[in-house]
Design a protein around this ligand. Structure first.
Ligand code: NAG
Ligand code: NAG
Ligand code: NAG
Ligand code: NAG
Ligand code: NAG
Length: 474
């Protein structure tokens, strides 16, 4: 918990004089890289059940922003709202050898108020400060942010980022709005209403940075002609008193043109399941009952299986799945196809012809019913539009994956089957029995940005594996 500011009058003055200056124009593009994410720990964001950890590749999307006089790389996270950076006071192994804030600027204003954010498998702490933040052509003076003197299990040293730039709403921030506005709110308030947005395209390519794009106040003409190309959905406020996450209704999933109806939303007041768009999460996570049904449809003839030890869905690396997410308000919904690459997800680990599924069960998501992470987001170009005087915040989506083209690409890329035998080719019931007696407990924490009170992603898979074993043997 944050204690009340000791110098609240000073902070109040600073907040009220916080101004944003547009140096060049009203919009800008920020180069964004896809970097391989470091492993958190044995139970962290590694999907080590399927393949050795060294083969598992998760990615994060990073940008450079300048804090005071120092330019540092930050993960772009639409699922959290704070900006924090590691300082040279951090001496933990976790933050070793990343670039750190060196206190080189005289414009830094410390508040001496502590900052702490707990993640599922780690945490960050330090103190709250104010400094000039330059992002693209914008300079925000007295931007509130945290300098971290301690990070635990966040894998900074292996991912290489110095911090996280949250681009979500103030109610989801750890730094209270009375202390200072979020970076997103400051950027939005200085953009004219018709340009009050940022647009994100997540690339598949680590070498070619132009396969990723992040723009503020404009669309990248590599991916869209104009804002009119997007289908917009007003943001859902369900389950909260104010807009808290980038969330919209998910009406159904499709598999080979057949519709999978979803279980009712657990979000109070929601008429349909709520999907949260989150660049800081690697996979798509949804309720167990729906995800199991999805793989039931998408994995005929045993081409998908739930690994009884990890509880994670796996699919033949040669299975091309034509699946779509139907998003939007009733009557205005649209289907967004996902590339088979993102469903039979080879980067997540591969063993004897089995790939990790890009959609996994997780009943611990509490920011909505579904978390649409990178395996979905790579298939769309997304506009995150702030509120205007006449309209609530909204999400604009543009479909980028053509299912038939994607299918041919997938077939060409995966080639013919491997002749390797299946791992421990035991009959299914034997494998389940083995799982039931196994004491391995594994967690999936696919997002280091899933902080407590935010998008918490926690699941004890062993309990689930046992339930499944019982169910099957009846
Ligand atoms: C950030 O800047 C460093 C140093 O100029 C550069 O090596 C790196 O590629 C940049 N990263 C991004 C995401 O632009
Ligand atoms: C980190 O900062 C906090 C808040 O200012 C302080 O209480 C703590 O002692 C510092 N820890 C280290 C290791 O510097
Ligand atoms: C990089 O990606 C962009 C966008 O997908 C593409 O237009 C460009 O040709 C690529 N460049 C290289 C060198 O592959
Ligand atoms: C697909 O992969 C699985 C697992 O390796 C294998 O059993 C199956 O024969 C393959 N199917 C085709 C059509 O290549
Ligand atoms: C996107 O959807 C429209 C129909 O709404 C379709 O005409 C277009 O081809 C799709 N784009 C891609 C890349 O598949």
């Amino acid at each position: 918990m944050l204690t009340p500011p000791r110098h609240s009058w000073l902070i109040h003055v600073l907040v009220s004089i916080a101004v944003q200056r547009c140096i060049a124009q009203h919009s800008f593009k920020l180069p964004m890289s896809r970097v391989q994410r470091g492993k958190v720990n044995a139970f962290g964001n590694a999907f080590s059940s399927l393949a050795p950890v060294s083969q598992v590749k998760e990615f994060a999307y990073t940008v450079n922003i300048t804090i005071g006089a120092e330019t540092l790389e930050h993960i772009v996270d639409t699922g959290s709202s704070d900006l924090w950076t590691v300082s040279n006071k951090c001496t933990d192994t976790d933050c070793q050898s990343v670039r750190k804030y060196q206190y080189l600027s005289s414009s830094l204003v410390p508040s001496h108020d502590p900052f702490k954010l707990n993640y599922l498998s780690g945490s960050v702490s330090g103190d709250i400060n104010f400094e000039t933040v330059t992002i693209g052509s914008y300079e925000v003076s007295h931007q509130v942010f945290a300098l971290a003197n301690k990070t635990e299990n966040l894998g900074l040293s292996t991912t290489g980022n110095s911090g996280i730039m949250g681009l979500c709403f103030a109610p989801s921030a750890s730094i209270p709005p009375t202390t200072g506005n979020t970076l997103m709110d400051n950027l939005f308030s200085s953009l004219p209403e018709d340009k009050r947005y940022f647009a994100i395209k997540l690339g598949r390519d680590s070498v070619n940075d132009s396969s990723s794009s992040l723009t503020f106040g404009e669309v990248d003409t590599d991916y869209a002609r104009s804002i009119d190309d997007f289908a917009f959905t007003p943001l859902s406020k369900d389950g909260a008193t104010d807009y808290n996450f980038w969330k919209i209704p998910l009406r159904s999933l499709t598999v080979d043109a057949a519709t999978l109806d979803l279980s009712p939303s657990l979000v109070p007041g929601a008429k349909s399941p709520i999907a949260v768009l989150d660049t800081g999460t690697t996979l798509v996570l949804g309720p167990t009952i729906d995800v199991d049904a999805f793989w039931g449809m998408a994995g005929p003839s045993g081409s998908a299986r739930k690994n009884p030890i990890s509880g994670l869905w796996e699919v033949h690396c040669n299975r091309s799945i034509a699946a779509g997410f139907v998003l939007g308000d009733k009557g205005a919904e649209k289907e967004y196809f996902v590339h088979p690459r993102d469903l039979s997800w080879i980067d997540g680990g591969q063993a004897n012809g089995w790939c990790l599924g890009g959609i996994q069960a997780n009943d611990g998501v509490n920011s909505g019913d579904w978390l649409l992470g990178d395996t979905f987001l790579r298939n769309v170009y997304t506009i995150h539009h702030g509120a205007t005087s006449t309209e609530p915040p909204k999400i604009g989506l543009l479909n980028l994956t053509d299912p038939s083209k994607a299918d041919s690409e997938f077939r060409a890329e995966r080639g013919i089957e491997s002749s390797s035998p299946l791992p421990n080719a035991l009959p299914v019931h034997n494998r389940l029995t083995q799982a039931a007696s196994d004491s391995i407990t594994s967690y999936i924490a696919s997002s280091i940005c899933g902080f407590m009170g935010g998008a918490v992603l926690t699941t004890l898979f062993r309990a689930r594996a046992l339930v499944m074993a019982k169910g099957r043997r009846v």
